[in-house]
Design a protein around this ligand. Structure first.
Ligand SMILES: [Zn+2]
Ligand SMILES: [Zn+2]
Ligand SMILES: [Zn+2]
Length: 400
């Protein structure tokens, strides 16, 4: 068909891109004018991506700016049409433009239609799945709400400082310990607590959901454990441990918790990955399992070094307790009108930052738990945010 065509076809490689739009557009105009041109493939030119520019008379501006897109669009359209012609009847080819133009929409509509039709069946399946895993799901919801409640209470108590209620802290501690013990007592037969200390609990290692369940539960229990430590710190009277050093302890506990939780799921997942599965004891299944296990270990090792840096920084902060500034003198305080701009009261243990602004020690410590800069002039004072000094626990679920 290409060989017999007498028009100025712009085939790839034969025409320069500068002259392409002109020749193509001339062809289009002539074609629509004549009625005798009978190769249906060329009809496709009219649905090329830039039909508006094709129809225009070629001006010098169009030649320069639109030449590349025009050429590509038209070649594309024409190559498609010629290849279609080999397989299809000319009648079919005329049906093409509508379908082609809205193919993505019609695909979407098709998918939507399928979803609409199969929605009742999906719902039935969902209900069945929920019924099957009702224990696991309700347990997960229970653990999540327990975690959120305890986390919020601890942050509240830390925020209250001297006015925090010791009774509530003790209750929280008992609550966390009780729920952990109850959970492990309920699933005594599986000895889930083994996975807390890198041992493998007794479970079916070929079941993905069971492994996921174990890892999730262990993660929550570890969070509860470290939250319990935070409650203990809260219970320490303030004349033994100042509010400021308690903040450093919360930070250290939280960083250790996150660090430890990264490694706890390793034995369980490793056992799961190297287990034979459906391939049985064949060499392929065995070597694939080993390969996956090794890949997992390598990823975990990389994770280890990434976390090590964070942990060491936290440890350094904990040990050195860096100060944000120097103690301000009486004269400097009176120059600042003896008024802390955070608490709007007289300075308590005034601290002079490097930007010469003065704040109470407690006020500015609380501020730097969230920010890196001076609250007045935005000078960068600290190179990191002491995220976990407010007693919060990360809600990140370490499931891998
Ligand atoms: Zn032609
Ligand atoms: Zn203040
Ligand atoms: Zn400042």
């Amino acid at each position: 068909m290409q060989a017999t065509c007498s028009h100025l076809h712009n085939l790839p490689g034969t025409g320069g891109s500068e002259t392409a739009p002109a020749s193509h557009c001339a062809h289009t105009v002539r074609m629509t004018g004549e009625g005798s041109c009978h190769h249906p493939g060329d009809i496709h030119i009219q649905i090329s991506p830039v039909p508006g520019e094709c129809g225009e008379s070629p001006s010098p501006r169009n030649l320069r700016s639109g030449s590349q897109s025009n050429t590509q669009g038209c070649i594309h359209g024409r190559l498609r049409s010629h290849s279609h012609n080999e397989a299809r009847q000319p009648d079919d080819a005329t049906m093409e433009p509508g379908e082609n133009g809205s193919s993505s929409i019609s695909e979407f509509r098709c998918l939507f239609h399928w979803l609409q039709k199969s929605l009742p069946y999906i719902l039935i399946l969902c209900v069945k799945l929920v019924m099957q895993h009702i224990t696991g799901i309700s347990l997960g919801i229970g653990l999540l709400t327990t975690f959120m409640y305890a986390n919020k209470s601890i942050v509240n108590q830390v925020f209250l400082r001297e006015r925090c209620s010791k009774v509530q802290c003790a209750c929280l501690l008992v609550f966390l310990a009780g729920s952990s013990v109850l959970l492990y007592y309920t699933f005594q037969s599986q000895s889930l607590y083994y996975s807390l200390i890198f041992l493998n609990p007794t479970l079916d290692f070929s079941s993905f959901w069971e492994v996921l369940w174990i890892v999730g539960i262990t993660d929550f229990i570890l969070k509860f454990l470290f939250m319990g430590f935070k409650c203990l710190i809260l219970l320490v009277p303030s004349f033994v441990m100042s509010f400021k050093s308690k903040g450093y302890w919360y930070m250290l506990i939280e960083e250790s918790c996150q660090y430890y939780r990264t490694f706890v799921p390793i034995p369980v997942w490793f056992r799961y990955l190297v287990s034979y599965g459906e391939l049985g004891g064949s060499v392929t299944g065995w070597s694939l399992g080993i390969l996956l296990g090794l890949l997992y270990l390598i990823l975990k090792l990389l994770d280890f070094f990434g976390h090590l840096r964070t942990f060491r920084r936290a440890l350094r902060i904990f040990l050195t307790r860096p100060s944000y500034g120097v103690t301000a003198s009486k004269r400097q305080c009176s120059e600042a009108d003896d008024l802390c701009s955070i608490c709007q009261a007289e300075f308590q243990k005034p601290i002079l930052l490097i930007c010469q602004h003065i704040f109470c020690e407690e006020c500015i410590t609380l501020w730097f738990n969230r920010e890196k800069t001076c609250p007045l002039c935005r000078t960068v004072i600290s190179d990191h945010v002491n995220k976990w000094k407010d007693g919060a626990t990360s809600s990140h679920l370490q499931i891998y």
